[in-house]
Design a binder for this molecule. Structure first.
Ligand SMILES: [Zn+2]
Length: 485
């Protein structure tokens, strides 16, 4: 197989997968046929395909082909897990809650005893079937990477991703130390006010309720969600619809996924943004995040290669998504696009920022844990998981989720690098265009130009070029310190 044929097949397969993902996620089609699509493109998992990718010398192509191989290998286990999640019902006391609804219930349940009971029952279910499926799945992934000659899973993944995962985990641990006191103080105040519970007694079941910011829902109305996004993009000289290339699917359908998502079918010509919003800050943040992905895909130069348009370091697209979603944490943005008064903006923002710090610390701990987990074998990760996550977040994590809460393919590393990239680019935009860069058409031109390359450059190269400094936790930490102290 020559390279041109490989790329042609690859693009055709991604278009089919994208369409299938859109139709099933949007509730337009009941039975997903991913396996059938993979089967039709079986040539992509042949040794000739891998040889052609390796011969090209392009690391993203090799990572892509290995990813398709692993994807096919674990597809049936993944489907089994999805099916389990759709059918499982959690029973706590006399309540019966569908498994997929548990996060929504936890975020809206004011009674602490009910939250703890529900999450405990959920955890005990996960510890059974899901853990079994995940153990088998990760075992297959380890074997596949080793069989391809990449050594163990951690060094193999580092090589394939071109990210030094242990070094990133060490930087994450340094971030945890550096932000420890800041986090403990800010969380203690929030926990006392929101839950009346001291830091030492917080449980993971409390997380979503603690950060729910429910009383601000009216400032983020459902009816103005898309209109606000369109208006803000226009002020920045940008078209939220990207001349029709970004299509908003907001229609209500019973089988539609509750979470918003963005899926490209053709890059850059046809990108779907699927929403099922209910209003509130987190819906606004989610829309801005997915809109960031959508505009990124829809901005890529048509003439770019398949690899630049579809592949590469996902820290970049996550970084642009975060660049947009972090606007909903910005005081100037909140003042301009919501009806909140200055004092309300100040109070809301503190809560959002403590949540932000919680999330970064959680991911830093997750990456360090996942490296230990994948490095030392799977069956006994429970105590390591609970210990590290509890220490980093100061919410007590149990052992039940030690395999469920693992992002396949070290995606936690993509998020951590995206956080680094977002903070660096946002600081640069503020330096060049001032704090309200998000309504400055010159900033719009600047950002759109960066996005036009797709993921041709990994996050570290992009950050170096834009800011003149290497990718690090520095800008993120300085911003959190300035905002929270
Ligand atoms: Zn994302």
């Amino acid at each position: 197989m020559n390279l041109a044929r490989l790329l042609e097949l690859g693009e055709a397969m991604h278009q089919e997968l994208g369409r299938e993902y859109y139709l099933t996620g949007a509730g337009l089609k009941a039975q997903p046929a991913f396996q059938a699509i993979y089967d039709r493109y079986g040539a992509l998992v042949s040794d000739e395909a891998l040889d052609a990718a390796r011969a090209s010398g392009a690391a993203p192509l090799v990572e892509w082909i290995v990813g398709i191989r692993i994807g096919r290998l674990v597809a049936s286990l993944e489907e089994d897990q999805l099916r389990w999640e759709q059918e499982a019902v959690v029973r706590a006391g006399d309540r019966q809650v569908p498994y997929l609804r548990v996060p929504i219930e936890l975020a809206n349940e004011p009674d602490r005893a009910n939250r703890l009971a529900l999450d405990d029952a959920r955890g005990r279910m996960v510890a059974g079937e899901v853990t079994r499926l995940r153990r088998e799945r990760f075992g297959l992934e380890h074997d596949a990477v080793e069989r391809l000659g990449y050594g163990d899973y951690v060094s193999g993944s580092s090589a394939l991703m071109e990210v030094n995962l242990p070094a990133l985990a060490r930087a994450g641990e340094a971030f945890l130390s550096a932000s420890e006191a800041l986090y403990r103080d800010a969380l203690a105040r929030l926990a006392k006010r929101r839950l009346g519970v001291p830091v030492g007694q917080l449980e993971r079941a409390d997380v979503a309720w603690a950060f729910r910011v429910k009383e601000y829902d009216a400032a983020f109305p459902l009816g103005e969600l898309i209109e606000t996004a369109v208006r803000q993009m226009r002020e920045m000289g940008m078209d939220a619809h990207q001349a029709g290339r970004v299509r908003f699917d907001t229609e209500e359908r019973p089988a539609k996924q509750p979470r918003a998502f963005c899926v490209p079918i053709r890059v850059p010509e046809e990108v779907y943004l699927v929403l099922r919003p209910r209003g509130g800050h987190s819906d606004y943040r989610t829309l801005w995040h997915e809109l960031g992905h959508a505009i990124h895909f829809a901005s890529v130069d048509q003439g770019r290669s398949f690899a630049d348009r579809w592949l590469g370091d996902n820290s970049v697209t996550e970084g642009f998504a975060m660049l947009w979603d972090h606007l909903t944490l910005d005081p100037t943005w909140l003042g301009r696009y919501t009806g909140l008064r200055a004092a309300e903006v100040r109070d809301l923002r503190v809560e959002l920022l403590v949540h932000e710090l919680y999330s970064v610390r959680r991911y830093a701990a997750k990456l360090a844990y996942e490296i230990v987990l994948h490095g030392t074998g799977l069956p006994t990760g429970g105590p390591e998981y609970a210990g590290r996550l509890t220490e980093a977040t100061l919410f007590r994590y149990g052992e039940d989720d030690y395999l469920q809460d693992v992002d396949p393919g070290f995606y936690a590393a993509r998020y951590l690098r995206a956080w680094q990239l977002e903070a660096a680019v946002s600081a640069e935009l503020t330096r060049r265009f001032d704090v309200d860069w998000f309504r400055n058409p010159r900033a719009g031109v600047f950002v759109q130009h960066l996005m036009s390359r797709g993921q041709a450059d990994p996050a570290d190269r992009l950050a170096q070029e834009v800011t003149g400094a290497p990718l690090s936790f520095g800008p993120l930490l300085s911003r959190l310190e300035a905002d929270l102290q």
